[in-house]
Design a protein around this ligand. Structure first.
Ligand code: PMP
Length: 402
């Protein structure tokens, strides 16, 4: 199996050396956002030092540099996902990408009573945008182990289903959904499919040329890139059929007071000055991932997930939520007689950064009968020492709170 050298990896993330309340930092909140390697920090610094200007507009040298770096980032992202550059639209992230599909693709096709089929483990960003445009949201049930009830999901596909939307990897439980099978089933019914890849792309290979989805989205900040940048991928025919929702500079071909015409895809969906440095940092983060190797990352995280699962099983009164067989590096749990927020505050005092709360999946929390969980989420720079620090701090929290 491919291996990686943890010391070398960690040396590239300066923030990991930051003392927290005088303790060593065990950063286990990677599903919320990841830390940034020197390669990304340098790319941002170099852009602002040597190439900063607005893109697409001027003939001067800096504008040419900014444009070539921004468009080069688009090429890089397209190559990473094995797709065409025209299919990558830069957005503020997964949330904005899903909202674009809701507003520009679904809404014009929607009749009263039409449904969007999702799952019971979706992030709020894959629930609320459909409600905002007036679709009826139908959610397939989640089984006790946190996996999707696939038979029930199939049974919910109906003539009213206008779109199917599914998270590839659950941010709350780590469940990996069988998206290839789900896309095949949707195709058999001629229903377009959106895949929310926010939690998937830093942890496993995604090939958009063969996946068969209609829409795919992700966020740079979950792949060791900057916040405020992400992408939408769509089939070209969908982009052509969609009227943009954001109007302004760069997205037009011609403008008059009577009538305007749109620029070509992807620019048609990128009104205004984009997050230029965000895109450049995003591309640098994917370069970094490629250099380490996605297979090595996946193998490392899988090993650590098993180690962490076993370590937490030793803690009295701890209940893991989400034990699906196909699972990514997320440990979500509750502890008897201890509120997750109180546990989180005690862990913080010992340098352990975890998320406590509903993780933007309130219906899923409801499904498991808990208001919140404690979530430790793994990334490539985590090691057994982080898990051990978590387990020790959890034992302390149990002593103090029970
Ligand atoms: N979907 C999933 C599964 C997520 O984990 C997140 C981020 N927590 C989002 C969507 C939203 O991503 P962003 O906040 O970057 O728009």
């Amino acid at each position: 199996a491919p291996t990686l050298d943890l010391d070398t990896i960690r040396a590239q993330f300066p923030i990991l050396a930051e003392p927290i309340h005088g303790k060593r930092l065990a950063y286990l909140d990677n599903a919320a956002t990841t830390q940034k390697p020197l390669a990304v920090l340098h790319a941002l610094d170099d852009y602002y030092r040597h190439a900063n200007a607005n893109v697409h507009r001027a003939v001067h040298e800096l504008a040419a540099r900014a444009t070539s770096r921004y468009e080069g980032a688009r090429d890089r992202i397209a190559a990473f996902f094995s797709t065409q550059r025209e299919q990558i639209v830069f957005t503020r992230g997964t949330t904005e990408s899903i909202n674009i599909v809701a507003r520009c693709f679904l809404l014009p096709r929607l009749s009263p009573g039409d449904e969007v089929l999702i799952t019971g483990m979706e992030h709020h960003s894959n629930i609320v945008p459909w409600q905002l445009v007036g679709a009826k949201v139908v959610a397939a049930p989640v089984l006790d182990d946190g996996s999707l009830d696939l038979d029930a999901w199939r049974g919910l596909i109906s003539p009213r289903t206008k779109l199917i939307s599914v998270v590839q990897v659950s941010n709350s439980l780590g469940t990996i959904n069988p998206i290839a099978d789900m896309i095949a089933a949707a195709k058999a019914h001629g229903i377009p499919v959106l895949v929310d890849g926010a939690q998937a792309i830093a942890h496993s290979r995604v090939d958009l040329s063969t996946l068969g989805a209609d829409f795919y989205c992700g966020s740079a900040h979950k792949t060791f890139g900057p916040t405020g940048c992400g992408f939408l991928w769509a089939r070209s025919e969908h982009y052509e059929s969609m009227i943009p929702w954001l109007g302004g500079g760069d997205m037009i071909r011609t403008v008059s007071f009577e009538h305007s015409t749109w620029n070509e895809v992807p620019y048609k969906f990128e009104a205004g000055t984009p997050d230029i440095s965000g895109a450049i940092g995003f591309a640098a983060s994917l370069d970094w991932i490629e250099q380490v190797g996605l297979d090595a990352i996946a193998a490392h995280e899988h090993e650590l997930l098993e180690y962490g699962t076993a370590a937490l099983a030793q803690i009295d009164g701890l209940r893991m939520i989400g034990t699906a067989r196909h699972k990514a590096g997320i440990l979500s749990f509750v502890i008897d007689q201890a509120h997750p927020h109180d546990v989180g505050a005690i862990l913080d005092q010992d340098g352990v950064a975890v998320r406590t709360g509903h993780h933007c999946t309130m219906p899923l929390m409801h499904r498991f009968g808990v208001p919140a969980t404690i979530r430790a989420s793994l990334a490539v720079y985590n090691g057994r020492d982080d898990i051990d620090q978590l387990a020790t701090a959890l034992r302390k929290a149990c002593r103090l709170l029970r």
